[in-house]
Design a binder for this molecule. Sequence first.
Ligand code: ADP
Ligand code: MG
Length: 698
Amino acid sequence: MATKASLTLTDSVLELSGVGPKVEEKLNRVGIMTIQDCLFHLPLRYQDKTRLSLIGTLQAGQEALVEGTIEITQIKFGRRRSLLCLINDGTGTLMLRFFHFSRAQQQRLEKGSVLRCYGQIRRGSQTLEIAHPEYRVIDPDNSPAIEKQLTAIYPLTEGLQQRTLQKLTSQALDVLTSHKDKPAELLPDELLTTFDLPDLVYALSYVHRPPPEADLQLLKVRQHQTQQRLSFEELLSQHLSLQRVRQKTQALQATPMKRQGQLREKFMKQLDFTLTRAQEKVLGEIEQDLQKDMPMLRLLQGDVGSGKTVVSALAALRVLQSDCQVALMAPTELLAEQHFQTFSQWFKDLDVEILLITGKASKSERDSNLNILNNKQRVIAIGTHALFQKDIMFSNLGLIIIDEQHRFGVHQRLSLLDKGIAEDYLPHQLIMTATPIPRTLAMTVYADLDISIIDAPPPNRQDINTVVISNDRRDEISTRIKTACDDGRQVYWVCTLIEESEVLQCQTATDTYQQLSEKLGDINVGLIHGRMKNKEKETIMASFKDNKTQLLVATTVIEVGVDVPNASLMIIENAERLGLFQLHQLRGRVGRGNVKSDCVLMYQAPLGDLARSRLKILRNTNDGFEIAEKDLQLRGPGELTGTRQTGLPDLRIADILRDAKLLANVQRAAKMLQQKYPQHIDLLIKRWLGKELDYSNV
Ligand code: ADP
Ligand code: MG
């Protein structure tokens, strides 16, 4: 099956033989649109079918290719009917076991035939065995050649066969290597030499078809230099594209917010605390930006509970003072509602209109909101992403605040840029996140943003005392809950589930709620979960805020932003299932006032080594940055836990945490390209970000 000579890497996969509309649709589902995408769809792992093993040397656990003569084939009846086939190669015997088989298959496995088979060896009752091996009957006098390269096993989607992907990558590799006039390599030689990177054709050929002597261990953890080279290129492209966004936004206009006014004084008077020095500092940085006629694009980073909200309110104030409107976007309705309450309180005597805009508003609410947005200047509109629906029109939007950005992800953040744009004008943007990431990482992930950090918590905060206990000691926790409530404090109990199933999660929370209500008769227990109506959630949160409910059983809906400073005890069930970032966020719901707070992390035994170390980190520190650093170290090169829930970009090949050590060079490489090879930049961005980059063509 020869590949057409004229194909190029950017042609559609439809051009490859064996791909029709049906297969194409399946390929699209795993992100494969072009021939090049096939090549960036890297193997998950490899099989070594390049050497035959002697049966006598096999060990349980290994995967092996063996040949042997069939001694006996028979059906075994028992708990589960199975077809057994015993083969022998002179050094030992091996049992092949099939739970699904046909009569024809059984007949073909005749005594005396020679089989070549591959699979994972496991210990059987009598001999070593393989369940459902790949096999073929061979002619021992004329046996087919064995593989010359390791076999790549690709990530699949339903209906897509391993064989299909293997054939397609072979064709794509042909296109890659045959193409002389339009070279695939986008990195200049100087860059490859400086950073000691293998060239693209070599790297791709290697990762898809490694030679027999390749280091499988290294490949498995994606640390082989060829894989790292691909990660490097992807990270570089990501970095360059964000820088491009930055350059383009900086070329746009924004309204300079020059007026100081008396609003601020009034605001500060009714606030029951004063700003910390850390808050003053970041506010200063923000205000400097707001005075410019170039759009601010600033990230406000601060650990959970560090007091970002009030800083954003003061930034909003400055904008209102200049008669512009403000939009504040939160990731959950719960948090939007809370901000609405807080801001309504803070701005109550300042003649500012605070709106809550959610997806489920009635027609009349909607009309009234639109009317206000049309006719009033000093408005803060608070909501979820519903804020940026088509029919919501701001009349003079001066500032967009995005809270808890990590819940939105990079692409959503960037696509928002689009929304605010009118002609060559862009509102200022303040992006808030609690994701504590080390500086080198931040410089790549947020290469389009300026960064301000609140580096110290408000005064009188006490460290949260964290304990880790097994689920079967839940009874002891009742005492803790009673003590906290007797002292006038409040408690969260968070139920988690491994699956993303909201229904199950809510069910678990409901069950727990019932059990706890029965057990803790004299304590008012509340329940909150994602499947409740908004009004219901509001009532429950209000009751908790007013300390009418003492114990709140919740799903992870309360993970971000929720602020009830009187709560001092956090209990998290099945804590081993959550990531460190997520646990740190959840725990951050307590320790927000000046009382001593506790957090109980419950786990389901037995606890694996990694889970144990992770929970230990949380027990030992409350510092988000320290947790992030430790997480990076622990993650080690092998872990592919990914970047979910962290707001870090989801990349195809690279993992920004796993590959963090590449970032310093990525930044140097970006500079080199900008200075000496600017013409390569577009090509790289196009290759790795493709269409998604449209939003930055502002
Ligand atoms: P986060 O950074 O997690 O969004 P919040 O803005 O919700 O944190 O603030 C956490 C709590 O700290 C809130 O109850 C807030 O009112 C309080 N707070 C913020 N700044 C100060 C301060 N300077 N002094 C005392 N309390 C503060
Ligand atoms: Mg917050």
